[in-house]
Ligand binder design. Structure first.
Ligand code: ADP
Ligand code: MG
Length: 579
């Protein structure tokens, strides 16, 4: 909607014509392209922009720190396949948001970081403006694309380019730089409306070549011990029915990466999640669907993958991803929906299920591992260990499969990923490709806002600290978020001692027996302190039933937990380290 402004221009004196300005054109451009929510932190020069966007019907969610607003936008992008929008002030606010933008790009989440910036003339001459910084130059290497708009008449094109860049091909983060002066620029309303661009088909289907589909099927057909690995790209693609059909029709065991859990239920008879080491080691043909052979899959080689020779089939929208670490025998480049549909069509009705000795081997390993784990999950003792506490949270998600699980930490992350079964697509949101800490509250806020579903955030005490202040945001918007802090008094463990015997705490320990639940109470939410799995279950059930913002401080044995969780092997070792 443009503002009716009476012209005071000398040339048109006496005449009344409608004008619009940068503020309104940006809002109109976003609305025209279906943007319903903006995540951000107000301040110079975008305070009024946020107010006006709210007045014009966009939901504007204000955070306490830009990194969390940025993480919220990024995960909104993952959940909806539309770019999540983050709005920040110049220089420091922009830099805070940039961490989230870089993380979004690394994870292939579509997001647009819109930052106000200082005046070009002063920045370019380095004359020392308020929050002076060449933001565009700094953003460029950390995102998929970066644009700056200098003239109101270019706002439509600028927003359109940002949207298309974020969601087409491999999704990622886009930076849009809006210098302060742009917001107040005035132009004729009709010309302004005509300058806006509605992005038609922002993420066009990309069909795989028929020869590539046949090659992939031939490789899969020749397999004696096939495996399908589902990555978060498969979850993002929202091709849930086709993926399920392909897996069930082919009869191939599947292994979900962390955020692909629930694409098919973890309890599905073909799920090899509980036989991960076996299937990676012993498979002979591996089909990757929206998963990269990066560190999370040991780069496709080495001990994890065993000695058996392997052939890889890889489905990805990004051609450059092929051969990133090992040879890909059958690259299938295209969007996952189109690729999987083409495979389904080509598979025909004469498809032979994989040899039964392979299926039996996977199943018996799975049952063995599940049986081994079961008693540890039922321990109802105080102090709790990770397994006892996670055992009840596993039941919570089984009973409420539509709840969204946000998860970060070290042991809290690694153990929850294995223990908590997921049943529906895009319900598990976690630290992703970088294994980054600090996504917790930003992801939780956006998950609640974008889906309207209850959110359970399972957080290590250290991980929670990165975004903990956003519990105020959760309370302010009265979101149905239950945060569980696994409080073992420190990073990895709470038992380390200062090697000098001095009074400073050891580098990895926090205040002993801290009461994170009081933080939620400070803002009007519900705080609960629990010491046993039974109490934990009751507290979380009550929280989700009530829909009230809740923080459950779950006291975990400070001695429980191992260094760096499951990735302690990534720590460099010193030969001079003192015992
Ligand atoms: P994970 O960490 O779960 O293994 P990754 O983030 O490593 O997942 O991999 C996701 C992959 O999915 C990326 O290589 C990305 O290019 C790809 N991808 C994302 N969306 C699509 C899509 N719609 N179609 C095809 N590939 C996609
Ligand atoms: Mg801890």
């Amino acid at each position: 909607m443009s503002a009716m402004i009476q012209s005071i221009d000398a040339n048109t004196a006496g005449a009344e014509h409608e004008l619009t300005d940068g503020f309104h054109l940006i809002i109109d451009a976003l609305k025209l392209n279906g943007v319903k929510t903006i995540y951000g932190v107000p301040g110079i020069p975008i305070t009024d922009f946020g107010r006006m966007a709210q007045a014009e019907g966009i939901r504007v969610i204000s955070f306490r720190h830009e990194q969390h607003a940025g993480n919220a936008a990024a995960i909104a992008g993952f959940l909806t396949k539309r770019p999540g929008i983050c709005l920040t002030v110049s220089a420091p606010g922009f830099l805070n948001g940039l961490t989230a933008l870089a993380n979004a790009t690394t994870n292939c989440f579509p997001m647009i970081l819109i930052s106000g910036s200082s005046e070009r003339e002063i920045v370019d001459l380095q004359q020392g403006d308020y929050e002076e910084m060449d933001q565009l130059a700094i953003a460029k290497p950390l995102c998929k694309a970066a644009f700056r708009v200098l003239h109101a008449a270019d706002i439509g094109i600028g927003v359109a380019r940002a949207i298309r860049a974020a969601v087409s091909g491999r999704p990622g983060g886009v930076y849009l730089d809006l210098p302060a002066k742009l917001f107040g620029q005035v132009m004729d309303a009709e010309a302004g409306a005509n300058s806006l661009v509605e992005v038609i088909d922002p993420a066009p289907a990309q069909l795989p070549a028929p020869g590539a589909v046949k090659r992939a099927l031939d490789v899969l057909k020749g397999a004696k011990r096939p495996l399908i690995i589902l990555g978060k790209g498969a979850a993002y693609a929202q091709a849930d029915d086709q993926i399920r059909a392909l897996i069930e029709k082919s009869g191939v065991p599947f292994l979900p990466m962390s955020m692909a859990k629930g694409l098919l239920p973890d309890t599905h008879p073909q799920c090899a999640g509980a036989a991960r080491s076996t299937v990676l080691k012993d498979s002979d043909v591996v089909m990757l669907i929206g998963a990269r052979l990066n560190w999370l899959l040991s780069h496709g080689k080495g001990k994890t993958w065993g000695d058996a020779p392997k052939k890889f089939i890889q489905i990805d929208i990004e051609p450059k991803e092929m051969d990133s670490n090992v040879e890909i025998a059958a690259p299938l480049v295209g969007d996952i929906g189109s690729c999987v549909s083409a495979l389904l069509e080509g598979i025909g009705d004469t498809w032979q299920a994989p040899p039964s000795d392979w299926i039996d081997a996977v199943n018996s390993k799975r049952e063995e591992n599940i049986a081994k784990m079961a008693p540890r999950l039922m321990k109802n003792s105080a102090p709790m260990d990770f397994h006892g506490a996670l055992g009840v949270l596993r039941t919570v998600i089984r009973e409420r499969p539509d709840a969204i699980l946000v998860n970060e930490g070290a042991n809290t992350l690694d153990l929850a990923r294995g223990i908590i079964d997921m049943y529906q697509p895009r319900k598990r949101l976690d630290v992703g490709t970088w294994g980054v800490m600090g996504i917790g509250m930003g992801f939780a806020v956006a998950a609640a806002i974008e889906t309207g579903k209850p959110v359970l955030a399972v957080e290590g005490d250290s991980a929670f600290g990165f975004s903990g202040m956003e519990v105020e945001t959760i309370c302010r918007y009265n979101l149905p978020v239950c945060v569980v802090v696994f409080n073992n008094n420190g990073i990895y463990r709470g038992t380390d001692a200062n090697p000098t015997g001095g009074t400073d705490a050891a580098t990895t320990v926090f205040v002993k027996d801290a009461r994170y639940d009081k933080m939620m109470e400070a803002f009007g939410g519900v705080g609960v302190h629990v010491t046993t799995p039974d109490e934990l279950k009751r507290a979380v059930d009550t929280a989700i039933d009530s829909g009230k913002p809740t923080l459950v401080n779950a006291a975990i044995d400070p001695a429980a937990g191992s260094e760096s969780g499951r990735i302690g092997n990534l720590n460099p070792q010193s030969i001079l380290k003192k015992k």
